[in-house]
Design a protein around this ligand. Structure first.
Ligand SMILES: Cc1cc2nc3c(=O)[nH]c(=O)nc-3n(C[C@H](O)[C@H](O)[C@H](O)COP(=O)(O)O)c2cc1C
Length: 363
């Protein structure tokens, strides 16, 4: 059941997916790691609660990130692993990774773009040989990343997160694919898993090591995780179900919005950076659809690809508003199966339930 991740061991085959902005910080990540899973802090605008964030977001984010990584590791007490999720598309990508590595993070997970430079950035902090992992949505992307890492850095990923079209947040699929998935016709994670494992196979052979693949996006329970594990996955990454926990770093308002939602409240949105994303159909999204949302006034340059002059709204501010539970102005990212989240619980209860379902399905 334990999974080897680089030079470390993950006792349980469960990853908690990174959730920005502020949904997965030290409290959630530390609690998951304390239970033997991998808890993930999202680096996206993680310093938004710092007093100087408006004046100097860069400094605020890096200071907060270092503190959050240290705190999560203290909470974990060595039971599980603490990771950061850094999106390639963010302007502070490399700085965030270096900061997290210096603070002692166990793993760096990187998506929203192809993390071709991740090994070079990590090599700048040689004292921390943390595990490095890309988030991919196809076998093609997994193969391309391995090819480039092999050629340039003579290494391969320590693990891979395969995110399918039912995930929350930004998606690596076209709006049509994401909508079809929402309508019950997803490109099956099983098919994607097979493609990714085929793409990884030559590199596993060359480096004589396993590259564990964790499936993510609409994995409903431990029983489904067990089925994917029979198909060759090392485990699964879960995100949405961890929002309705006491330890989740989002506000009570975010948690309540999710608890009230049904699958009919979930829509595919086009985020200001042009990528499709999955979120609740909140008043902000309705105003954008109706063309009546005022354009953003200020910009903190959080995403490299964002053109603030043409963006329909500021994604950082909308995600911070959601974190605070501001239903009118928030962008509430969520996975496709919000209807499964029906009551508040704790991280320990979630982890125990997933593992019990996994055991029942594995006998
Ligand atoms: C609120 C929310 C925010 C997310 N933010 C990020 C993010 O910043 N970076 C990322 O790689 N994935 C992000 N994701 C995707 C998750 O990490 C995860 O892979 C996926 O949602 C798992 O599917 P599930 O929510 O159905 O369990 C987010 C998901 C949610 C629900």
């Amino acid at each position: 059941m334990a999974v080897t991740i680089g030079s470390k061991t993950l006792p349980l085959p469960i990853l908690q997916g990174g959730m920005g902005v502020g949904v997965s910080l030290d409290r959630l990540a530390g609690a998951v790691a304390a239970c033997g899973g991998m808890g993930t802090i999202s680096t996206a605008a993680c310093g938004f609660q710092e007093p100087d964030f408006d004046r100097d977001p860069r400094e605020a984010n890096l200071r907060a990130l270092a503190r959050q990584v240290r705190r999560a590791r203290e909470m974990a007490k060595g039971a599980g692993l603490v990771a950061v999720n850094a999106m390639v598309a963010t302007t502070q990508y490399a700085d965030s990774i270096r900061t997290a590595l210096r603070a002692g993070v166990d793993a760096v997970v990187s998506g929203a773009g192809l993390p071709m430079d991740l090994p070079a950035i990590a090599a700048e902090v040689p004292e921390n040989p943390a595990a490095l992992a890309p988030v991919v949505s196809s076998g093609r992307a997994a193969g391309l990343i391995c090819k480039v890492w092999d050629r340039r850095y003579h290494r391969v990923p320590d693990f891979v997160v395969l995110e399918g079209p039912l995930a929350g947040g930004h998606l690596g699929f076209s709006p049509e694919e994401a909508s079809q998935a929402q309508a019950g016709r997803p490109k099956s994670l099983n098919v994607l898993l097979r493609e990714v494992r085929e793409a990884l196979a030559p590199f596993q052979e060359k480096y004589r090591r396993d590259i564990p693949v964790f499936v993510a996006g609409g994995v409903r329970n431990g029983g489904e995780m067990a089925r994917y594990m029979k198909e060759g996955a090392a485990g699964a990454q879960f995100a949405t179900r961890f929002i309705a926990t006491e330890e989740c770093d989002a506000s009570e308002g975010y948690k309540q919005a999710l608890l009230k939602a049904t699958s009919e409240d979930v829509v595919i949105v086009k985020s200001p950076v042009g990528l499709p994303g999955r979120a609740l159909h909140s008043p902000l999204i309705r105003r954008v659809e109706a063309g009546v949302q005022p354009k953003p006034e200020r910009c903190i340059r959080c995403l490299a690809a964002c053109d603030p002059g043409n963006a329909p709204y500021c994604i950082s501010r909308a995600l911070v508003a959601a974190h605070r539970g501001d239903w009118e102005n928030g962008l509430f990212f969520c996975g496709a199966h919000v209807e499964d989240v029906t009551s508040m619980s704790t991280v320990r209860a979630q982890m125990d339930q997933i593992m019990e379902e996994w055991r029942n399905a594995s006998v």
